[in-house]
Design a protein around this ligand. Structure first.
Ligand code: HEM
Length: 317
């Protein structure tokens, strides 16, 4: 198993007591003088200076306090500075873009829920109120409405990337399956959210959607009955769609994204298919060694005694 050099942790995230002191002669310290010699003696500093110093160190001290209790920095450093395969490119950002779209939907959704009324008689007027009277209401509503389409498009593009790069293969099959469930849940969010304004378009589109679900094999009719929540689409349907849209499915999505990310960090990402795997640096088969070959297609006599065999000890990535 190759051992990788440990990534350098930026000084800014290391709590001051754990930082290495600057070398004399570096960072503005004159040669021959320790950095501590330059500091003014504490009694000469004014109370304001001390307060400023405490204020400057406060965020990093607070972080250090939390970190000592959570021991999170080791995990975060490992996650944020992890190695990625050669050839990693912009297509690998589609998963994070989908995650970002989901976070935007969650934040804008919370603000919309403060003003939206999930009632058959008030839903439409509450949306009109958000758009026309609530400060930034139209912007937040617009972000949520267009963001839904953005998330659906991104999730498909991300799925396409993982499919065409072969990332569904061993050992990432489970992450693919989790992804499929995430795709279905994303579509459920888009479908249930569409009814919420309760205008003519959303009303009739939801009837079409529920009827399409009803044509599915075996579970189809049960599913459409469950979604309609009664003989006709009405107030109970709206309440049910709202509960699914803002409680059930987001909870499931958050849990599954957690599992998805855990597997991405644990297994690493797949190299693009056009990047050739490196030849494993294994010992030559015994038969070749007996014949005097060194496993690299050369006989031992071809290299100077003590010189490394090709591919060994040359720091190749
Ligand atoms: C809410 C939806 C989703 C989010 C937030 C999400 C997020 C991510 C992120 C951030 C990564 C790592 C970076 C990358 O490779 O892009 C990733 C990897 C992966 N995702 Fe998703 N994903 C979602 C849906 C899906 C779907 C629908 C599938 C497939 C059906 C899928 C399958 C995978 C696989 C197989 C990997 C591993 C990629 C590799 O090894 O190169 N994901 N996902």
């Amino acid at each position: 198993m190759p051992s990788f050099p440990k990534p350098k942790i930026p000084d800014a995230v290391i709590p001051p007591p754990l930082r290495k002191p600057a070398k004399p002669g570096s960072a503005g310290t004159p040669k021959g003088q320790a950095p501590s010699d330059l500091k003014e003696s504490p009694e000469r500093r004014s109370a304001g200076d001390k307060l400023l110093e405490v204020g400057k160190e406060a965020p990093i001290d607070a972080l250090g306090w939390v970190d000592q209790r959570l021991a999170a920095s080791g995990f975060l450093t490992g996650m944020l500075f992890r190695k990625v395969p050669k050839g990693t490119n912009w297509f690998y950002t589609l998963g994070s873009a989908t995650l970002f779209a989901f976070i935007v939907q969650a934040i804008t959704g919370v603000f919309l829920a403060m003003f939206y009324v999930p009632s058959a008689t008030q839903a439409y007027s509450s949306i009109a109120h958000i758009n026309n009277e609530v400060p930034f209401g139209q912007l937040v509503h617009g972000m949520h409405k267009w963001g839904a389409s953005v998330m659906v498009i991104l999730v498909f593009l991300h799925m396409g990337r993982t499919f065409f790069f072969g990332a569904y293969k061993y050992p990432r099959e489970l992450n693919w399956v989790i992804g499929v469930v995430l795709l279905i849940l994303t579509m459920t969010m888009a479908f249930t959210g569409y009814l919420l304004p309760f205008d003519q378009r959303s009303f009739w589109a939801s009837i079409v959607g529920i009827n399409i679900n009803g044509t599915g094999p075996v579970v189809g009719p049960y599913l459409s009955d469950f979604l309609r929540a009664g003989p006709e689409l009405g107030a109970t349907t709206l309440a049910r769609f709202y509960a699914i849209h803002m409680l059930l499915v987001p909870g499931a999505i958050i849990a599954l994204i957690g599992a998805h990310m855990y597997l991405v960090v644990k297994l690493g990402t797949t190299a693009p298919p056009w990047v050739k795997a490196e030849r494993p640096k294994v010992a030559a088969p015994v038969s070749q060694l007996e014949a005097g070959a060194n496993g690299n297609g050369r006989v031992n006599g071809d290299r100077a005694p003590g010189a490394p065999v090709d591919g060994e000890g040359n720091g190749a990535a």
